[in-house]
Design a protein around this ligand. Structure first.
Ligand code: 3HC
Length: 311
């Protein structure tokens, strides 16, 4: 009966064991994982757009090759994550439809334009840096397929963060104009990057339950603080100023205290009113519709091969 199944599930969670696709699990555990993993996958594929804007404008062949590899990685992360989400029983077409019709979200961070080459550096340094903070604990998520996808993704994220930081380092050691470009990118990407970790724990809808289920290992605020503490010294090394006049080190706690975050702006962005939100979704839906013929051809070819193999 469900009671023993629930007791077995709870025993696995309490023992910090992995839940696998064939295990019984509460519907709400399944639903919250489909929600989080699919939205993570949506973020990866939408996240290709801001940097994709600079593939044909990269300042050197080397930078172009590195950026191409990174954007290609993000597509792969999306595929791993859609694959992990599908093990929970919801087909990819349905997940994409939820994205295209606004019933599922993607990360707020990808609703901002990439105005200069320094934005590519700031995204790698800050956005992928924030992603690493949030994704390393997910390698220990209680749901097996998600945790295993994260292990591979985190390895590639560290390359993403390093190449971004290196771009910022080169610019910060360059001409006055290059330094100003790096500072301008930090000014525009700092606050959206710390919002990436989600609302304050007090307003986190899923936080407590997901902590109990071993999906979330740390609250949003704790990961945000970890990211800020690690990033401030990096900005100092770059000789760049973080655009938060209240930011200061609390000697007693060893943590940086930051100024107020504009949560009204955050909720407005995830409602679809970010600076580039409309463009991101139009490009996404356009790519999906434009690629329909490829999916149809692949499906028809697979059916023909199956028929030929007498399946
Ligand atoms: N952008 C958009 N929506 C967000 C958000 C953000 N930055 N932060 C929170 N939200 C949404 C949540 O999805 C939830 O809405 P929902 O019920 O419709 O899903 C609501 O705000 C309340 O937030 P909660 O704190 O209750 O939500 P979670 O417990 O799910 O925590 C999270 C939010 C920390 C983002 C968690 O979902 C998570 O860890 N997700 C996996 C990591 C991820 O998705 N990262 C996105 C960036 S992808 C990326 O960085 C790629 C890299 O290569 C650049």
């Amino acid at each position: 009966t469900d009671t023993t199944a629930l007791e077995h599930f709870d025993a696995l969670i309490d023992a910090d064991e992995r839940i696998e696709p064939s295990d019984w699990m509460p519907d709400r555990y399944r639903e919250t994982l489909v929600r989080q993993i699919a939205q993570h996958a949506h973020s990866e594929i939408i996240g290709m757009q801001p940097e994709g804007n600079w593939l044909t404008r990269a300042p050197s062949l080397r930078r172009k090759a590195i950026l191409t590899a990174k954007v290609q990685d993000e597509a792969g992360h999306g595929l791993y994550l859609y694959g992990a989400a599908e093990t929970l029983g919801t087909p990819r077409e349905e997940l994409l439809d939820r994205l295209h019709t606004g019933r599922q979200k993607y990360s707020s961070i990808f609703n901002y334009a990439t105005l200069t080459w320094a934005d590519v550096g700031a995204i790698g340094w800050l956005v992928d840096g924030a992603a690493i903070m949030n994704q390393v604990p997910l390698c220990r998520c209680s749901y097996g397929p998600y945790a295993r996808a994260m292990v591979r993704i985190c390895k590639e994220e560290s390359f993403h963060q390093r190449q971004g930081f290196q771009i910022m380092l080169e610019l910060s050691k360059g001409t006055d104009a290059q330094r100003a470009m790096a500072q301008d990118a930090l000014d525009r990407w700092w606050w959206p990057s710390i919002m990436m970790f989600g609302p304050p724990d007090a307003e986190s809808v899923h936080g407590d339950q997901n902590m109990r289920w071993g999906i979330k290992r740390f609250g949003n605020d704790e990961l945000r603080q970890k990211f800020i503490d690690a990033t401030v010294p990096q900005a100092d090394l770059l000789g760049l100023t973080i655009p938060d006049p209240d930011l200061h080190l609390d000697e007693k706690t060893g943590h940086y205290v930051h100024g107020p975050i504009d949560w009204d702006h955050f909720w407005d962005v995830i409602k679809g009113n970010g600076p580039a939100s409309r463009e991101r979704m139009a490009t996404r839906v356009g790519a999906h519709e434009g690629g329909a013929w490829v999916r149809e051809a692949a499906t028809a070819y697979a059916a023909k091969r199956a028929a030929a193999a007498g399946q």
